[in-house]
Design a protein around this ligand. Structure first.
Ligand code: ZN
Length: 263
């Protein structure tokens, strides 16, 4: 069966160095057919919210170019989620140029509220969301319990932009996922993913609101080539298959991503 990972990274970010070769090797090793990739090198602030070093070599354009080049190199296996920098740069001409150059490889816009120190509802993000609506691009948003990343903000943005599909990545990292599941279930254009989500929580979303609401994602290769060896991902690749109906499993592992990202 086809497997699409909707949440994969490349690029340096803090202690992580996520090389395209790691992505390709892990996909091969674990039988993942397609990855939607964003570049952590576009992070605006570091792991402790410190500014990026003065000699940091990447900006919004060059960090995302790495992903576009990867998609071109591995044609048919990689899609691009452009990692946006609303705090330090914003939607500028270079970003539009990136969209041009990325062409059909660009499948989504990605926001990381923690690394941008800004909620998805912030005014600086509105131009990007207008662009997402114009171009029919889904918006992928990191969610967690810190002050910028709360699930509630993703819900508010999705509610304010009913024509844009939003994916609430992690469904509230470091929470019990309960609030996130309710929020994801309450809007037709809001989806959850499995990135570091306990399989029991993912199952709860499917049982309560349907398998069309959940996408497989992992943060591969954040822990290296064997990121998928984590018990959560072992379960999604294995036992989870028997927890849901076959057609539900197909939706979660690839069908929903194909529909949302127009793959
Ligand atoms: Zn991530």
């Amino acid at each position: 069966m086809m497997i699409i990972d909707s949440h994969v990274h490349i690029g340096e970010l803090g202690s992580f160095d996520m090389k395209p070769a790691y992505v390709m090797a892990s996909m091969e090793k674990y039988g993942v057919d397609y990855s939607l990739v964003s570049s952590g090198a576009a992070a605006e602030f570091g792991q402790q919210n410190e500014p990026m070093p003065d000699d940091w070599p990447y900006d919004q354009y060059s960090a995302n170019r790495l992903t576009v080049e990867m998609a071109r190199q591995y044609e048919g296996k990689i899609g691009v989620a452009l990692w946006c920098r609303p705090h330090t740069e914003g939607l500028n001409d270079r970003f539009l140029q990136l969209l041009e150059e990325g062409g059909a490889y660009v499948k989504a816009l990605k926001f990381h509220p923690y690394h941008s120190m800004m909620p998805i509802t912030a005014p600086q993000i509105q131009p990007y969301l207008a662009l997402a609506r114009e171009r029919g691009l889904p918006v992928v948003v990191h969610s967690a319990v810190d002050e910028w990343s709360q699930p509630q903000y993703v819900y508010e943005a999705a509610k304010a932009h009913p024509e844009v599909n939003f994916v609430m990545v992690h469904m509230g990292l470091c929470s019990d996922n309960g609030e996130a599941i309710e929020l994801v279930g309450s809007l037709p254009n809001l989806y959850g993913d499995t990135t570091w989500v306990r399989p029991e929580s993912a199952l709860q979303l499917v049982r309560q609101y349907g398998a069309h609401k959940l996408l497989f994602g992992s943060d591969n290769p954040i822990d290296g080539v064997d990121t998928y060896a984590h018990p959560f991902y072992r379960t999604y690749f294995g036992a989870f298959k028997d927890w849901v109906k076959p057609d539900e499993y197909e939706l979660i592992m690839h069908g929903n991503a194909e529909r949302l990202f127009h793959l």
